[in-house]
Design a protein around this ligand. Sequence first.
Ligand SMILES: NC(=O)C1=CN([C@@H]2O[C@H](COP(=O)(O)OP(=O)(O)OC[C@H]3O[C@@H](n4cnc5c(N)ncnc54)[C@H](OP(=O)(O)O)[C@@H]3O)[C@@H](O)[C@H]2O)C=CC1
Ligand SMILES: CC(C)(CO)C(=O)C(=O)O
Length: 344
Amino acid sequence: MANDFEICVFGAGNIGCYVGGRLAGARAKVSFVGRPRIIDEIATNGLHLTDLHGAKVDVLPAQVRFDSAPNRADRADMVLICVKSAAVEEVAKTLAPLLKPGTVVVALQNGIEIAQPLVERLPDCIVLRGIVMFNVVARGEGRFHQASEGELMVEENPALDRFATVFRNAGLPILTRADMTPVLWGKLMLNLNNPINALSGIPLKEELSQRDYRRCLSLAQAEALELLKLDGIAPTPMTSVPYGAMIRLLKLPNMAFTRLAGKVLQIDPLARSSMWDDLELGRKTEIDWLCGEVVRLGEKLGRHAPVNSRLMDLIHVAERGGRRQWSGAELLRTLEAAGRADSD
Ligand SMILES: NC(=O)C1=CN([C@@H]2O[C@H](COP(=O)(O)OP(=O)(O)OC[C@H]3O[C@@H](n4cnc5c(N)ncnc54)[C@H](OP(=O)(O)O)[C@@H]3O)[C@@H](O)[C@H]2O)C=CC1
Ligand SMILES: CC(C)(CO)C(=O)C(=O)O
């Protein structure tokens, strides 16, 4: 039986098309708000969704509604915000006059304070913070592939109950947590690899298979973890390994790392971070919401975060057109030098 609610995906990109398409495949009524280029792509091809466990969901163009105008959100019972962080403020403004009171709005961005504009501008809605733990790769012609393990995790709220079955049937069960702060920081710790992956220019699996890139990630995570400890936050691990141990594991030689933390490498060989996607398409990245959060936490605590500051600088240079491919050894040298310069 079809459900009596409508879910609007606002921002039909990698995450939006994958999550919304899987929901449509489970017979949810789904509408998408997206750019004309993606609307054309889906109108021509439909949606074809796959995951690393062999799931295959095909959605015909007629099964969903795609729009470039935001108005369709006015009849939604749930809105999944799937735009990049930089667009959230604008989307909050757009949605404010449109949404019905009581609409459940789930912010799925990477970052910490990202849902704040939605909370402020949508006071009659139920705004919940969420994370997507898995990676999605766009393969063109309406094909989107879930390329790594993981779930959706959303702030606990009884308003989610109505939607739980359809997410479960779609193969995307929502895990809930009462306190999202450690969860958001846990995801951000993982996302500290986004700039490293984007600067490496190579897929995630290949990058994480190289010790020097892993040592870069270990430096960035260790810096963040120390600040979080000072602030009394224990970031929720996104794998079975807590971050303290992960920071040590990342530094191990390749063979030992593969033996002890091989699960981390269970990623599709073509998957790359969403920050690589942004640089590739010449868009502004989410660096200010990732490493930037670590730097701001440091400022709040009267501390420096030289490794994360350096990663921010390198990504800003790449955004301004100075993009180049960094080897693991080069990147490690520059991050270690930033750390040393700060302690001198
Ligand atoms: N990709 C991934 O694997 C993962 C991503 N995430 C997070 O999920 C969030 C979404 O990422 P992702 O799906 O990769 O992003 P994408 O850039 O692929 O998708 C966002 C889409 O929304 C569009 N958009 C922006 N503003 C509007 C608007 N006002 N109206 C209509 N469409 C709009 C964008 O178009 P345009 O580019 O033209 O602005 C783009 O097509 C990010 O915060 C990301 O960090 C989390 C886990 C994994
Ligand atoms: C899933 C993960 C960690 C993959 O890098 C991601 O969040 C991203 O690409 O933004």
